[in-house]
Write a protein that binds this ligand. Structure first.
Ligand SMILES: Cc1ncc(COP(=O)(O)O)c(C=O)c1O
Length: 413
């Protein structure tokens, strides 16, 4: 693919130079059409049985994006009280929020219990804590189905080496504990990890979870988790995750389960990245170009505080350069390392890539930044966080979060 932003008309007729004149750099730009399309797709993964998609808001908690998820009919999963509060602000009712925390305090559990928000516990200790706080209540448990997957070790959340979930061997103890506190286990959930492009590990985990589900008598829902990947190497021709194929291959597995269980619980998924990643690009200014020991460094104002994924996970984001609002063609390329403005040698966005010849004043455009982009950003090096801007379906432009100021950095002192 020559240029993703041109191919999908990402800016929908707007001139990127105009956008950055108005909102500055670095800036996250979102495309409403792409976001809504993805959210709509996940709401149809299972059609034969009762099903809801829980958008996993850790990927992106911008309230305007949460409102889109609400309008597209998705529920949400939250990892923290902060995320629940964002969902409240976006207008979600408590029955549409699933609290899936890890290692939380009694106060955090009580926040959800007091509002009747369904909680999933992911250890026997937390099951006991909920039992004491909410004797006789309903609860869900996060099971480790024994199969994990993901783009690197840090995001694999099931299998043998993970802090998440309750293992199958602990189920007898779990049921005894629930019994002791008169807790009714009405849901089981899993999440095997983040970013897989092939459905096999997910399908294997679904089969395992459904086999385990037969040990629970009163399940109202079974949640298979998220993790569906997106093509971060799209400029090199990487294909989309085949959601239709996943749906088709899920169906016979669900048929078999429903028959064996004798009842039909609601099935759920928890996609985060798939919903939002491709709906955003990150624009930054090239402030300097230099050569160190023969390597070309293109220095931008997109520091690792703005987008941490490349430094944290070695993640790949495709890069396009824009000059006077136009994409530089992918010809006459040279080996280039694109970096940020943070005082860390690891502050690198793209290492030794073949890229068009960028110069000072160009715009660097990082693709697929909508998931774990702004939501993982920080103010490291005392740099205010960027603005977020939405290109609406009708081509109009709306700022959906203002740029932080230096005064914001000082406000808690
Ligand atoms: C419990 C849980 N559910 C869902 C997700 C969403 O994963 P993804 O963004 O890969 O779909 C995560 C991500 O870490 C998670 O921890």
């Amino acid at each position: 693919m020559e240029s993703f932003i041109n191919e999908v008309n990402f800016f929908n007729g707007n001139d990127p130079e105009e956008l950055v004149r108005e909102y500055g750099t670095p800036v996250y730009i979102y495309n409403e059409d792409i976001l809504r399309n993805r959210m709509e797709t996940v709401s149809r993964i299972i059609t034969k049985y009762p099903y809801t998609a829980n958008y996993s808001v850790k990927a992106n908690t911008n309230i305007h994006i949460l409102k889109m998820a609400l309008e597209e009919g998705n529920n949400c999963d939250a990892m923290s009280v902060g995320e629940i509060k964002m969902l409240e602000a976006a207008g979600f009712s408590y029955d549409r929020i699933f609290f899936v925390p890890n290692n939380v305090t009694d106060d955090e559990l009580l926040y959800a219990i007091d509002r009747n928000i369904m909680i999933s516990v992911d250890s026997l200790a937390q099951l006991k804590a909920v039992g004491k706080l909410n004797r006789g209540g309903k609860i869900a448990v996060r099971i480790n189905p024994g199969v994990g997957a993901g783009h690197c070790d840090k995001v694999i959340t099931a299998g043998k080496r993970t802090k998440f979930g309750i293992s199958e061997e602990d189920i007898d103890e779990m049921l005894a504990l629930a019994n002791r506190y008169n807790l009714k286990i009405v849901g089981i959930n899993q999440h095997i990890g983040s970013l897989f492009m092939e459905p096999e590990p997910y399908l294997a985990a679904v089969s395992n979870l459904l086999r385990i589900a037969l040990q629970f008598e009163d399940l109202e829902f079974i949640d298979f988790g998220g993790g569906y990947g997106i093509p971060y190497h799209k400029l090199d021709g990487e294909k989309e995750f085949d959601m239709a194929d996943l749906s088709a291959r899920l169906e016979p597995i669900l048929d078999e389960f429903v028959q064996a269980y004798g009842r039909t619980p609601v099935f759920k998924s928890e996609p985060g990245r798939y919903c939002v990643a491709e709906g955003s690009v990150l624009l930054g200014r090239v402030n300097s170009v230099k050569h160190n020991s023969g390597s070309k460094y293109v220095g931008t104002d997109i520091g690792m505080n703005v987008l941490v994924r490349p430094s944290m996970y070695n993640s790949w984001h495709d890069v396009e350069f824009l000059r006077d609002g136009k994409t530089l063609p992918r010809e006459d390329m040279e080996e280039t390392t694109v970096c940020g403005n943070i005082c860390e040698s690891g502050d690198l966005l793209a290492v030794n890539r073949q890229l068009p010849k960028a110069k000072r004043g160009d715009l660097a455009c990082l693709l697929d930044t909508g998931a774990y982009g702004y939501s993982m950003s920080s103010t490291y090096n005392s740099r205010p966080r960027p603005a977020e801007v939405l290109i609406c379906r009708d081509g109009s432009v709306k700022q959906i979060r203002r740029r932080e100021t230096y005064e914001d950095l000082l406000q808690y002192m």
